[in-house]
Design a protein around this ligand. Structure first.
Ligand code: CDP
Length: 789
């Protein structure tokens, strides 16, 4: 259950909490972000956005804007149309306007771009562009989008007669219906997982730098997937000469991505088009409000959730029906085969074999999406549904929710475990995780305290979430984005003096890859992590990869690093055999050296062996010490967690105080415990966010009601409780270093733990469910309605 370090602290392999290498520059203000890039002759772009959710554009008058000193151009959809650049594909193979030629489809949509010699002139120009709109009645309520009299929004799609995008289903419908029909207990809730927004510290932006002489584009941008973007640029702009060898995408330091920096936004395309046409670099940096109002949203799933079981508490089946509001276009960043991402993990951590899930996606006049906000594609929605329903079932039959979970968990000896929706869970020990969380928080004493408080009319709640995640997309047989398989890559070059540079197809946005990838290589080769430089994000130098999102970096590129290092260790063994004049079979490895079995004084260090690869290698062997690996995972990894939250609620105000929160995570073998703890702390805060604070709200006209940080509360240290963390470790059996992803577990696992705690506190008054975000007002209103106050 515990993990031993195999390397010394000086080598700094797996399990060592070495300090993050990248922080040396970050804490000194020496990070290099897109907005730090300044190029000669650079122009600045600002974007005119629509005040209406649905309107015809009658006229765009740029005359006043063009008179402002410094404004050089105003670009409209009609301008882009001439080059066939006014539309672009989304990652889900839907289509999206770059700039509209006649109709705007959501509030804050891009309408025109102003290009100027300074950022200020561009902003002044933006204010001076006059647009004549003819507003139309928008479709905002997703439940009304399919009404027969609802206007058909995507009139650009020939033959489209409704606002339906796709239908998806998985599981055994007939068998599920039968189990439900005969079950002793059926519970049902309607829930909404609200539309929220990734609010990274750094907004999105780019510098498009087209070199006319050499017909070459360098695109500096805030992207989580530089290689995929390079391919997309070549596919979209190949017809004007920007073929893939002429495009270099550079993602410099990124201040948080969380899925929001996966999509291609119109701003990027306009910047490229303008740079291409004028031959000068063009910078576009969103402001905070644009980022919040117009970038791809996350979630917005309306779920009808049902669970069937026995009176004793055995879960028999679940049924989930989803209405997915995708806004104006399906701009999700999901693997192609999975329009609902990995929502089908919603059967959870429980041992039952009957389930059915279906989803319908629809168009509305809202910004498009939905991105996987720090989540492996809709897992947050899935986990919320199953964990809420597990508590709901426990409440219905009057059983302690921890006890009900123990009685239903998949047992550790039953892995690999096939789920009723087609996943093969790799490993886990759910019972150990929950036991550890209960011991840490003092579960039994808390239940006693709760009983006493309830007798006095006080509101205290305890909420549990024992979730299973599915991360590491993914095996190439099932996973691709726009046809590109979702492998990932590592290239290691060890220099003659034994120091290395390693490059990856992923891209850190703050996760600490420069440190942890070096640790993986240190583990495998015994070269100290401090001597291994890690680079990501430049498509001219890094091997091709699909990027960093959905906690896939460790499961894919981390595995590639280990295997590339093992290729090098094999080569080192051959060189050692040659230098020590023994057979390869007579050699043994310990981190950092090969030695002759039984004669440990006869040894060659990895540094000596690398040096020999350049100076004294066996005849017939390729010189040098470099290896590359493209890793195609055989399966996904299935991290899990047991979270327990305790809340106290003020009856008079509805005020919620999260008193304790214990998070026990299982991400398999841990590379850097300190980094993992940091990931969990940040993720838990992004879990309390939708549970209690964040939700984008629109009125009937499609106006966003909380489009600035004045009204959209992103929790900070002030709102965060003291997170108490811990681990159980069940290594992934198919991953070369036994690691699973971790970045998203806390964001996924926290919301239902908090919601369950609040509902538990309110349950004596007959309250069985509240939609997140659960605000004091919602609590107060529910108590009032039930006559509790
Ligand atoms: O793809 P992303 O980097 O966002 O997620 P991840 O693979 O879960 O990794 C997040 C950070 O935690 C990286 O620095 C990982 O190397 C580190 N990590 C770790 O130290 N041990 C694990 N078992 C999993 C991740």
């Amino acid at each position: 259950m515990t993990q031993q370090c195999k390397t010394s602290k000086a080598i700094g392999g797996m399990g060592h909490s070495i300090k993050r290498k990248e922080d040396v520059r970050f804490v000194q203000g020496k990070g290099n972000y897109v907005d730090d890039i300044k190029l000669d002759g650079m122009l600045y772009m600002d974007i005119v956005r629509s005040p209406y959710a649905y309107a015809k554009i009658k006229k765009i008058d740029a005359e006043a804007a063009l008179k402002i000193p410094g404004v050089v151009a105003v670009v409209t959809g009609k301008d882009l149309e001439q080059y066939n650049l006014h539309w672009m594909p989304t990652l889900m193979s839907d289509t999206q306007m770059v700039l509209p030629t006649d109709t705007v489809m959501y509030q804050a949509q891009e309408v025109a771009a102003v290009i100027a010699t300074s950022r200020y002139a561009a902003r002044d120009g933006r204010e001076a562009v006059r647009v004549d709109y003819e507003p139309m009645k928008p479709v905002i309520d997703p439940f009304k989008a399919l009404d027969p009299d609802a206007p058909v929004l995507r009139t650009d799609k020939p033959g489209k007669t409704d606002n339906h995008i796709w239908h998806w289903e998985v599981g055994d419908k007939a068998k599920t219906e039968e189990v439900f029909a005969n079950a002793e207990v059926v519970v049902k809730e309607q829930m909404h997982i609200p539309r929220i927004h990734v609010a990274s510290i750094e907004t999105c932006g780019c510098v498009a730098d087209y070199d006319k002489v050499n017909n070459h584009l360098t695109m500096y941008m805030t992207t989580q997937a530089p290689h995929a973007i390079r391919t997309v640029i070549a596919l979209v702009a190949g017809h004007v000469g920007l073929t893939e060898e002429k495009v270099r995408v550079v993602a410099p330091d990124i201040g948080g991505g969380f899925g929001g920096k996966v999509p291609v936004y119109p701003g990027y395309v306009i910047a490229i088009a303008v740079s291409f046409l004028v031959g000068k670099p063009v910078k576009w940096i969103e402001d905070r409000s644009e980022n919040l109002q117009a970038d791809s949203f996350a979630r917005d799933y309306h779920i009808t959730a049902e669970m069937a079981g026995t009176k004793e508490g055995k879960i028999l089946a679940t049924r989930f029906k989803v209405l997915a509001d995708h806004g104006y276009t399906d701009a999700s960043a999901n693997p192609s085969k999975f329009p609902t991402g990995m929502f089908s993990i919603a059967t959870g951590s429980y041992d039952y074999h009957t389930a059915y899930m279906e989803a319908d996606a629809i168009y509305t006049n809202k910004p498009p999406g939905g991105v996987a906000y720090r989540c492996s594609f809709r897992v947050t929605e899935a986990v919320h549904a199953i964990e809420r329903m597990t508590d709901r079932f426990a409440l219905e039959i009057g059983k302690d929710p921890a006890q009900l979970r123990f009685e239903n968990f998949i047992k550790k000896e039953d892995f690999p475990w096939p789920s009723p929706t087609g996943w093969i869970y790799d490993s886990g020990d759910y019972e150990a995780g929950l036991r550890k969380a209960m011991d840490a928080i003092g579960y039994d004493e808390l239940r006693k305290e709760q009983a006493e408080k309830r007798a006095n009319g006080e509101l205290m709640g305890i909420g549990i979430s024992t979730f299973t995640e599915v991360v590491g997309a993914g095996p190439s047989k099932d996973f691709d984005i726009l046809g590109i398989k979702m492998f990932d890559s590592a290239e290691i070059r060890v220099h003659p003096t034994g120091k290395a540079i390693a490059r990856f197809g992923t891209k850190s946005q703050g996760q600490g890859h420069e440190t942890t990838y070096a640790q993986i290589i240190a583990e495998e080769l015994g070269i100290p992590a401090e001597n291994i430089q890690v680079e990501e994000g430049d498509t001219d130098t890094a091997p091709y990869g699909l990027g960093t999102y959905a906690s896939r970096s460790t499961p894919t590129a981390g595995a590639a690093a280990a295997i590339a290092a093992r290729k090098l260790r094999d080569k080192a063994r051959k060189i050692a055999a040659y230098l020590l004049e023994v057979s390869e079979d007579d050699l043994e490895w310990e981190p950092g050296k090969f030695f002759v079995k039984g004669a440990p004084e006869k040894a060659k260090t990895i540094q000596e062996l690398v040096f020999a690869a350049y100076t004294n290698h066996p005849q017939g062997m390729e010189a040098g010490f470099e290896a590359t690996h493209y890793y195609d995972p055989p399966n996904l990894t299935f991290p899990s967690g047991a979270y327990i939250c305790v809340v106290d609620i003020d009856k008079e105000t509805g005020g919620i105080n999260v008193r304790r929160f214990v998070a026990i995570d299982d991400c398999g073998n841990i590379i850097n415990p300190m980094i993992v703890q940091g990931q969990v702390h940040g993720g838990l805060t992004q879990g309390i966010a939708p549970a209690m604070y964040e939700s984008l709200v629109y009125d009937e006209a499609g106006n966003i009601l909380n489009g600035t940080f004045m009204d959209y509360l992103v929790p900070t240290a002030v709102e965060s409780p003291n997170w108490e963390t811990g681990h159980v470790i069940t290594p992934s059996p198919h991953h070369p270093i036994g690691a699973k992803g971790v970045g998203e577990s806390p964001t996924v696992g926290a919301p239902p733990a908090i919601a369950n705690a609040i509902v538990d506190a309110l349950s004596p008054y007959g309250i069985t469910h509240l939609d997140i975000p659960i605000t004091p007002y919602k609590v107060w209103k529910a108590l009032k309605e039930k006559g509790a106050i």
